[in-house]
Ligand binder design. Sequence first.
Ligand code: NDP
Ligand code: GDR
Length: 338
Amino acid sequence: MKKAIVSGVTGQDGSYLVENLLNKGYEVCGIVRRVSTPNVTNISHLLNEKHLKLVDGDITDLSSLVRIFADEEPDEIYNLAAQSFVAASWNQPILTCNTTGMGALNVFEAARQVCPSAKIYQASSSEMFNGIEYPQTESTKFRPRSPYGVAKLFAHEMARIYRESFDMFIACGILFNHESPRRGIEFVTQKVVDSVVRQMCGEDFILELGNLEAKRDWSHAADMVEGMWLMLQQDEPDDYILSSGETHSIFEFINKIYRYFEIDLVWMTRTSGLPYGYDLEGKVLVQSVDKYYRPNEVSTLLGDSSRAREELHWSPKYTFDALVIDMIENKLSKYKEE
Ligand code: NDP
Ligand code: GDR
């Protein structure tokens, strides 16, 4: 039985990855950081699994990683833990770099000391690109636009250094945006889906967002975790882009969610230059407000994942429409339960 350690196990990707690995017959050890009110919602359905064990640890604490790696002797390590919310990285740049950047280095260093032959997956990001040149490939130059992007690039380059210097197996997945019903509420897709469902169920408020012109390449998280696993099944470590190969603006995403409920939004621009959308009865449902704009932005993401598709035989199952429907239907059923 293979053993995998997963950091970030309580997050969106961690929860799908644990399911995926358990289904493949792995023994999984999930690293959970100490918080005063435990947050295991995403993995609550897995807590009684015989082959899943949760251990206390924090990727900013090298000693905790050394202890866990020594105790568990893993075959594979998936480093998914991070401060992953780009917008927050301007307000908390040091925490973001400590967690998302140095945290990854702690993982590599702990593995070098204790289990250097374990295969490691590092969660790199399309936020490392500048968003001007696209489609992005593995050889597109990096030029991040946020503290988060810089922290991810630090981790990405450190992975290369450890790979080249110590002959360690560290593969980096340069993943483009991926979503699911388990996506955190602050991220734009979940925020829009949650708000529109609440409006449709009778709550009276205007959905407030930031820049609606940015374009993102969205996939389903369940497809992405299979790609992570495939990267660690190769003989040699390498970096791979995982993406859908389609790009959609935030405007398009919003229109699509309202369209599901048979509402065609009409868009106008205020004198301030900020857009707002209303329904055919003239009721304003959504508007852009300054407070959700970021100091800087990756404008267009469109990933070319042909290398992963050819070399790893990675083939995502969810289309963009299927992802949207999964998120809406899940939200509707949760809302009805509540
Ligand atoms: P989430 O924000 O949903 O999950 C992040 C996880 O990291 C949570 O389990 C969180 O724990 C944990 N964590 C945060 N800080 C620490 C710490 N100091 N020690 C241990 N654990 C910690 O992210 P996703 O699942 O969406 O993403 C997974 C990874 O992939 C992240 O590294 C992200 O940056 C990266 N990524 C994500 C993409 C996406 O579109 N989703 C695209 C590209 C990269 P807690 O629950 O306690 O907060
Ligand atoms: P992103 O995801 O920053 O791409 O990072 P997010 O969903 O936060 O933003 C996507 C785009 O939507 C615009 N936007 C808003 N975003 C949020 N969150 N809230 C709003 O109100 C809003 N209005 C407009 C943003 O400006 C942006 O252009 C995600 C994370 O999962 C990272 O961890 C990961 O590395 C990258 O994807 C790839």
